[in-house]
Design a binder for this molecule. Structure first.
Ligand code: PEP
Length: 238
């Protein structure tokens, strides 16, 4: 399976960034040994999709509502993301879980909606530092997966330890291997399992070489085209 390197721009980017960031990545995508995905804020989805049109890079949203349409002020449905050019959507990111109180059941409903609309979901899971220190990390992620993944899940799982996101800290490769092995036992073959949390050009090769790591979900480093490309180039050929 080819690795997937996905960039999560979070709440960053203006119209000028669609071309500045996405154009060099789109141009390089066909020559990479991995799949490339950019997840800009919703305001830039259509613009980034236009820049990447005809390239090997894909576009994704950062969240969607579980309903197809209706009275949900400020929300976006999976079909709307699809209409704007997205083929992927990140769901259950720890920032959504923490800042918007998203439960596993909510994430699961969104994943069902995404798949029904033709979007491939990337479902995020990961323990807090307190949970890891208490030795509960495997159980926490097992519980999140049981609650968040719909039956017949055909998307991607991203393991993102909450304490590693945006902190410059990463788990040891042995800890990543332990977690990814555990997740593999739950999701079965065929589901790519990404690692996310402070992936940078300097640590990407080591993290991407860990058994059962099928790519990376990248936050901060995805905001620099050179850094994001360096991470993508570190992905082993699948
Ligand atoms: C993320 O938020 O998905 C993430 C991995 O962020 P960062 O790479 O900045 O730690």
């Amino acid at each position: 399976m080819r690795a997937l390197i996905a960039g999560n721009w979070k709440m960053n980017g203006r119209r000028a960034d669609a071309g500045r960031l996405a154009a060099p990545l789109g141009a390089a995508a066909a020559g990479l040994a991995c799949d490339l995905l950019l997840c800009p804020p919703a305001t830039l989805l259509a613009a980034v999709a236009a820049v990447l049109s005809g390239t090997a890079a894909a576009v994704g949203g950062q969240d969607c509502h579980a309903a197809p349409d209706g009275a949900h002020t400020g929300d976006l449905s999976a079909a709307m993301l699809r209409d704007a050019g997205a083929t992927w959507v990140i769901l259950g990111h720890s920032e959504r879980r923490a800042e918007h109180g998203e439960s596993d059941a909510v994430v699961r409903a969104k994943a069902v909606a995404a798949q029904a609309a033709g979007l491939a979901p990337i479902v995020c899971v990961g323990e807090t530092e307190a949970e890891r220190l208490a030795g509960q990390h495997l159980a926490v992620v097992r519980r999140q997966l049981a609650g968040s993944l719909p039956d017949g899940f055909a998307g991607v799982v991203a393991y993102e330890p909450v304490w590693a996101i945006g902190t410059g800290r990463t788990p040891s490769t042995a800890d990543v291997a332990e977690m990814h092995q555990s997740i593999r036992g739950i999701v079965g073959a065929g589901v790519r399992i990404l690692y996310g949390g402070s992936v940078k050009p300097g640590n990407a090769a080591e993290l991407l070489a860990v058994p059962e790591v099928g790519g990376a979900l990248v936050g901060g480093a995805s905001l620099q085209a050179d850094d994001f490309l360096a991470i993508a180039r570190a992905a082993p050929a699948g």
